[in-house]
Design a protein around this ligand. Structure first.
Ligand SMILES: [Zn+2]
Length: 255
């Protein structure tokens, strides 16, 4: 029974990944994410329902549009798989409850932000506002369930996350974008001051390693701007799911 439930959820998560692909493509182009239905960006033909099955359709069509045979990048099924696996890991940590819903929305939004930032080097304001709104609802839901909502902690997190990145932006003279600052403020509101410190710490460590690796791999890339949003997203993902464990491990290093 349990395994059947996991299969059904995985299929649902793949479908969510498919929806994230639509968001990643359309939001930065300021197109509606609901209308029109999916179409091939090359020949504009409407994609049939049978060709909208996550991962499977891409494999069946050998990665090409059924009508015009234009290549469909492998990134589409990969994002579907990534979303499916990450949300399954989320379920494993939280179990199925209201907390899972909020964490899953947070993580799905972070995946969307990651790929939009990689493609366009922007973090759309709409997605940051959406994160704020869901973070706010998360707290309202805590109040309704008679649990502490930690409003003050969230305000400190917001000021700390947004403020620190604003400071970096000023010092580095635009090395950190406005989108990164706003995203950090929204995540600070989600995580509170201690959580956002961990997000910062992790994102700088991961960002440092990846940037060094990129520089090493192609020495000419020194002037290329590496978007920072994906590192924030990975840091936030790790903090949301494994924050307590990372904190305990960190403390144990000093004991
Ligand atoms: Zn086509």
């Amino acid at each position: 029974m349990e395994i059947l439930l996991v299969y059904i959820m995985f299929i649902l998560f793949l479908l969510i990944g498919s929806f994230l692909n639509v968001c990643i493509y359309r939001i930065p182009r300021e197109e509606s994410i609901a209308y029109p239905p999916s179409h091939c960006p090359e020949c504009n033909s409407r994609i049939k329902a049978i060709d909208l099955i996550p991962v499977v359709s891409w494999l069946a069509l050998k990665g090409r549009c059924r009508t015009c045979e234009t290549k469909i990048p492998a990134r589409y099924p990969l994002i579907e798989m990534l979303t499916g696996i990450i949300l399954l890991l989320t379920y494993k940590v939280t179990g199925f409850n209201i907390n899972f819903i909020f964490t899953a929305i947070l993580i799905a939004t972070l995946i969307t932000i990651t790929f939009i930032d990689l493609d366009h080097k922007i973090i759309p304001d709409g997605l940051v506002i959406f994160l704020f709104a869901v973070g706010f609802m998360d707290k309202v839901s805590s109040v309704i369930q008679n649990q502490p909502a930690f409003w003050v902690n969230s305000i400190w997190g917001l000021l700390l996350g947004g403020g620190f990145f604003l400071l970096i932006a000023v010092i580095s003279n635009g090395g950190m974008g406005g989108g990164d600052i706003k995203l950090m403020a929204a995540l600070g509101f989600w995580f509170g001051w201690r959580g956002i410190l961990m997000v910062m710490f992790l994102s700088f460590i991961i960002g440092g390693f990846v940037s060094a690796g990129l520089l090493f791999a192609r020495s000419a890339g020194r002037k290329q701007m590496v978007p920072f949003g994906p590192f924030i997203a990975v840091g936030a993902y790790l903090t949301a799911l494994y924050g307590t464990g990372i904190w305990d491990w960190y403390l144990s290093c000093f004991m």
